[in-house]
Design a protein around this ligand. Structure first.
Ligand SMILES: *Cc1c(COP(=O)(O)O)cnc(C)c1O
Length: 414
């Protein structure tokens, strides 16, 4: 569902005017829709109806406590990549046995915290990590449940957005070495082999590479069975893409259908780790036009949000639709939408046809995933406020940072 639509010439989120939201909370401001979050999760649960499955939201996409809380209340699990994310999900009361821990660089402290909490599974990415986990678990007198994250080396040529499932990536255990490492894991005293994991990349719009990866994973599952290693679950990672511009976005059921078909008849629990697909189109970034600077070569609209808020355009050249909160009838011009940060790469959008005046509010769409989560304080800019819409109510779920907070941890020399 799209919670953002025009009513009476003003862009609304759920039942609220975004002009009113901006007036109340200021700009720049992240705005999320509870209904959109719940509906995206419900779409996963509906597609998985009757399947032994757990949807583990990839916390890194948007780790605001209110977002985690909304999803935890609807029985989501969580995929974490740090001790900080573990604390966040525990803080909203998530059940530890619904948490999986991914990432290539888990520290001993992070492992200990996750073992103490009693998480569902560690997605182990290397032999060295496996060894460390065995040691840490031994010290604590615990057994660590593990999956190995296997790198299926899925051909990226036909799927240019796959970026983490190839041999040359830092992620996962090489496919050819996985069977051997499983045998090693099986012999470790403080580790218990539970499953297998893969995550082949992000913003995938075609189910084919998922299916290709799963075929390779299932081949390994069968080989391991002949080695006497029976796996309980398959974690297929995240990566389901969303519509940013004009991409056609398959339904979640369409994505999952080829996977579920392959898994039918097997006694394997299915784990998924969607991030972007759950939150991306549930959020936007509200910003106000500070100055218009028309020029001979280009027209610049300088807005109060910048690359420190939304890094994706500067970082990946990503497209985000940018729309007026209150569209004007005047003729449009072509604008570069840029922020105040002192970098030529500080842009939110190139060549946008808009009718603009100073003070206008703009909404940068599809900003719920990898937006606030990747923001920084570059140029000593306080991080923006975050607001969760819930029907006719707007809740401030993170207040705007103050300038003082920016250097609160710093000190002068004595
Ligand atoms: C980033 C990541 C995800 C989520 O990716 P999306 O593209 O946001 O769905 C899931 N699993 C792992 C291991 C990741 O690194």
């Amino acid at each position: 569902m799209n919670p953002f639509a025009y009513h009476d010439g003003v862009l609304h989120g759920e039942a609220l005017s975004l002009a009113d939201v901006a007036a109340e909370f200021g700009t720049p401001c992240w705005v999320y829709s509870r209904a959109a979050l719940e509906s995206a999760l419900a779409e996963f649960h509906a597609a998985l109806h009757g399947v032994d499955a757990l949807v583990c939201y990839a916390v890194k996409a948007n780790s605001n406590l209110a977002v985690l809380d909304v999803l935890a209340r609807r029985a989501a699990g969580f995929d974490i990549v740090s001790g900080g994310e573990l604390q966040r999900v525990l803080a909203v009361g998530a059940q530890p046995d619904r948490i999986v821990f991914s990432g290539v660089g888990k520290t001993a402290d992070e492992m200990a915290a996750a073992l103490t909490a009693g998480i569902l599974c560690f997605n182990v990415e290397s032999a060295a990590e496996l060894e460390r986990l065995d040691t840490v678990a031994g010290h604590l007198g615990k057994t660590a449940p593990v999956s190995l994250r296997v790198n299926p080396d899925v051909d990226a040529r036909t799927h240019p957005y796959i970026s983490t499932g190839l041999k040359e990536n830092k992620f996962g255990v090489a496919y050819a070495e996985a069977r051997q490492l499983y045998r090693q894991a099986d012999r470790l005293a403080n580790v218990s082999v539970h499953g297998i994991d893969c995550h082949i990349g992000s913003q995938l719009l075609d189910p084919a590479p998922f299916a290709e990866a799963l075929d390779k994973v299932l081949l390994l599952v069968d080989q391991l069975a002949t080695d006497g290693i029976a796996l309980q679950h398959v974690d297929l990672g995240g990566g389901l893409g969303i519509r940013y511009r004009d991409e056609s976005e398959p339904s979640i059921a369409d994505y999952l259908q080829p996977l579920l078909a392959r898994l039918a008849g097997r006694k394997l629990r299915v784990l998924l780790e969607p991030g972007r697909r759950l939150v991306g189109n549930a959020g936007l970034l509200l910003t106000r036009v500070e100055y218009l600077k028309p020029g001979a070569a280009k027209n610049f609209a300088i807005v109060d949000a910048a690359m420190n808020d939304l890094a994706r355009p500067a970082l990946y050249g990503s497209w985000h639709d940018i729309v007026p909160v209150t569209p004007r009838a005047e003729a449009t011009a072509i604008w570069e939408i840029v922020g105040p940060v002192c970098e030529s790469g500080d842009f939110l959008g190139h060549q946008r046809a808009l009718a603009l005046a100073p003070g206008d509010l703009l909404a940068v769409l599809s900003a719920g995933a990898y937006g606030m989560a990747m923001s920084s304080n570059y140029n000593s800019r306080p991080r923006a406020a975050e607001v969760m819409l819930d029907g006719a109510q707007a809740h401030l779920v993170r207040r705007r940072e103050t300038i003082g907070e920016l250097y609160a941890g710093e000190q002068h020399l004595p």
